[in-house]
Unconditional design. Structure first.
Length: 125
């Protein structure tokens, strides 16, 4: 698993880490049952604080993307509750679309952007 952190980004490092793992799951680079590196190992590899990795893993667990096993560590375990996932996605999209609307982004442009994201990241299952 390759994690790329942009240390110059305004986005928090733990959020970048979470998003990269979620993209890994969405693109099937990470699959159900795969074990993520230990907190210490990933922190050393990326060059970040262990607490940052721990926070990302804890939030991924809270959101249903991983389980934490004392022997195995963080394990990919995608929550199968599709209705909950759709509702969470809707909440995030409403705000993103409202921001776009304020900048005169059209419905057609949003549809095109969604198609582009599916194609670019290969997350269309």
């Amino acid at each position: 698993m390759v994690i790329e952190i942009d240390f110059n980004s305004d986005e928090a490092i733990y959020v970048q880490l979470m998003n990269q793992i979620i993209l890994g799951i969405a693109t099937s680079r990470l699959r159900e049952g795969d074990t993520l590196p230990s907190v210490r190992q990933l922190a050393d590899t990326i060059g970040i604080n262990m607490h940052t990795v721990n926070k990302a893993y804890a939030l991924l667990r809270q959101e249903g993307f991983v389980t934490i096993d004392r022997r195995k560590g963080a394990v990919i375990a995608v929550d199968v509750d599709k209705m909950k996932a759709l509702e969470e996605m809707k909440q995030h999209l409403v705000v993103a679309m409202a921001r776009g609307c304020c900048k005169n982004v059209s419905r057609e442009e949003v549809h095109g952007l969604i198609d582009e994201i599916f194609d670019e990241y290969g997350i269309d299952r």
